[in-house]
Design a protein around this ligand. Structure first.
Ligand code: ZN
Length: 609
């Protein structure tokens, strides 16, 4: 009997959000076949326990029931049988994110870790997947979009697909719906974006811009593409954002408004963000999907797997996602500085940056970055945001200590050559060692500061090397993110006093969401979750609270009444001057730059700028 593994996925109950899955194992393990569902999906470092959505599992062989013993939260063992073993189970699919599975009357979507039980001991064997159309009521106009290898499919893509091993099987999400498709070519390789959901996207512009951004990354990695087809799977909704990388595709979630419209001239903020997301996930096809941390190769998907390198795999990717937009000419150089300034402001606003390094943030991603609570800004730093600034610093540092012979692009190309093309994982000290090798210097001090340290980065120095000026100033209003500034204003802004907390309207009251360590609210004893009733005996509202605080310049503290749970408490609040946590960036005028700064700026932003 041929040793085969056959899955069948059927959108059995779109209204109830159930996929029915059957798994037939022709030669099950003689001592009883063990089956397990992953606890997490590669690229998203949190235990999600996908098995919690699996219901009504049973096993048969030769038409007779087979006993299934549950070994732990996600593992089963079938009693030994002498012929083929068939598992049948339902998967509840009602998660709109890019990480799990979703099924309703409009759409079916799944990631492998949510639906495919792993046949323990046979992970290296090929398997087949048959995708069925829903029986009735919906799905008549559905088509399948996936980068799984088709074996025999109908004109809509339903039918049989093959995967060479389990890791590959779960790295190709599947979309079934009435999607629209935008096609383009990069380096001779067909690319497409499939968009599900109602939208009125300017397909011409989107395909043109995507082709430019992708070509930029292809060029950075040496001009070739290690695949024969790439697919962006996009879901456009009213509100949502997210992305997840795979080797040959990515899943994206965006708002309809983020997609470009035909009346758009300069890219809107939303479109810039969407292009940045596409750019980010595409860069991952090299950085993390093929240039992999050694610790994540063949990772155990039943539990957390720790690496200190997410700052490099996510931070460097975050650095290049926006940089590719300006290098490819999709945004202008002012818009790029605006994005960079906003990233700096985001990092500067978290007191946690002074407590946790990006190396530690990487290691603890599972329980900290991915499980953020109200205290997160005080306790942790983002290995995305600060990681992208460290990547920028590394780029500047490599240029500086190699007399501009080496930059971060060269490091990425060398990583591709040594680790991507070979499949050899990057050891925990791999980025530092290789960067040092390329410039012939010990980069220990740089890494101690930027990667393992918690002091603020010398950003103004790094930026000056490419002719960019920087200042940190107080925010002028609560949602002031900083940005590009044409003419830096030398005169200091009037002192504005602030609460030192994020808040939102909660009915008639104002609820504190986060209280920043060392700020006025913290000093007064207020906590996240407290609902402010009155300030100085007068009711407060979310819209007017910043002004009320800003105007309190007298020596006496403000009396604040707030509800904590159902108890009314009073606090004495002394508003503090707004901290210098908002970044402005500008281009230093050409005529005052040194020739080196001028040349570096051109090399950094590329010909497109
Ligand atoms: Zn990423």
């Amino acid at each position: 009997m041929a040793d085969s593994i056959e899955y069948l996925v059927y959108p059995a109950d779109p209204a109830g959000h159930y996929f029915d899955v059957t798994l037939k194992i022709s030669v099950p393990a003689t001592q009883g076949q063990v089956l397990a569902l992953p606890a997490w999906i590669p690229g998203s470092y949190m235990v999600r326990d996908f098995a919690r959505n699996l219901v009504l599992i049973h096993a048969t062989s030769d038409g007779m029931p087979v006993e299934l013993q549950k070994l732990d939260k996600q593992t089963w063992r079938a009693a030994p049988v002498s012929s083929a073993l068939t598992l049948a189970y339902r998967v509840y699919a009602w998660d709109l994110s890019v990480r799990a599975a979703h099924l309703d009357q409009n759409r079916g979507y799944f990631n492998g870790p949510s639906v495919f039980l792993r046949v323990v001991g046979k992970e290296d064997q090929p398997s087949a997947v048959t995708l069925l159309r829903p029986a009735a009521g919906c799905g008549a106009n559905w088509r399948v979009a996936t980068t799984l290898s088709p074996w025999s499919t109908d004109q809509d893509g339903f039918g049989r697909y093959l995967a060479p091993d389990y890791e590959t099987l779960i790295d190709h999400p599947v979309e079934m719906s009435d999607w629209t498709e935008i096609e383009f070519s990069v380096a001779g390789v067909p690319h497409a974006m499939v968009i599900t959901g109602r939208h009125s996207c300017d397909a011409v512009r989107l395909s043109r811009d995507l082709a430019r951004v992708c070509a930029q990354h292809v060029e950075l990695f040496g001009g070739g593409l290690p695949l024969t087809r790439y697919l962006f799977l996009t879901l456009a909704v009213g509100d949502g954002y997210g992305g997840l990388e795979h080797r040959d595709c990515c899943s994206l979630l965006c708002t309809r408004e983020d997609l470009p419209s035909t009346d758009m001239d300069q890219p809107s903020e939303g479109y810039r963000r969407f292009l940045g997301l596409c750019s980010h996930e595409y860069f991952h096809l090299w950085n993390v999907k093929r240039i992999q941390p050694a610790r994540l190769i063949g990772a155990d998907l039943t539990r957390e797997v720790h690496t200190t390198l997410l700052w490099a795999f996510e931070g460097i990717t975050s650095y290049y996602d926006d940089l590719a937009l300006v290098r490819s000419g999709c945004i202008d150089r002012q818009a790029y500085l605006e994005l960079l300034a906003q990233t700096i402001s985001r990092v500067m606003r978290g007191p946690g940056r002074l407590k946790q390094s990006i190396s530690d943030s990487s290691f603890d991603a599972w329980t900290k970055y991915y499980k953020q609570d109200e205290n997160a800004p005080n306790a942790i730093v983002s290995y995305y945001a600060k990681g992208s600034l460290a990547a920028f610093g590394l780029d500047m540092h490599l240029r500086e200590c190699s007399a501009d012979r080496v930059n971060l692009d060269d490091l990425m190309r060398e990583l591709w050559r040594r680790h991507g093309e070979t499949g050899v994982g990057v050891p925990e000290d791999g980025f530092q060692a290789l960067a040092g090798e390329l410039v012939g210097a010990d980069l220990g001090d740089f890494f101690a500061q930027a990667v393992y340290g918690t002091a603020d980065l010398p950003l103004a120095d790094w930026l000056a090397r490419v002719g960019v000026g920087m200042r940190l100033r107080p925010a002028t209003k609560p949602d002031d993110p900083g940005g590009f500034c044409e003419h830096p204003d030398a005169k200091p802004a009037p002192v504005r006093r602030v609460l030192g907390a994020r808040f939102r309207a909660a009915g008639e009251l104002v609820e504190l969401i986060q209280v920043f360590e060392g700020g006025a609210a913290h000093a007064a004893g207020l906590s996240a979750g407290d609902r402010l009733v009155a300030v100085d005996g007068l009711q407060v509202q979310a819209e007017t609270l910043p002004q009320r605080i800003a105007r309190a310049i007298g020596p006496a503290p403000l009396r604040v009444h707030a509800l904590r749970r159902d108890e009314l408490l009073t606090f004495d609040l002394t508003p503090q001057p707004a901290p210098d946590d908002t970044c402005d960036l500008w281009f230093i005028e050409e005529q005052v730059l040194t020739p080196l700064q001028r040349a570096r700026r051109r090399a950094w932003l590329g010909a497109g700028a």
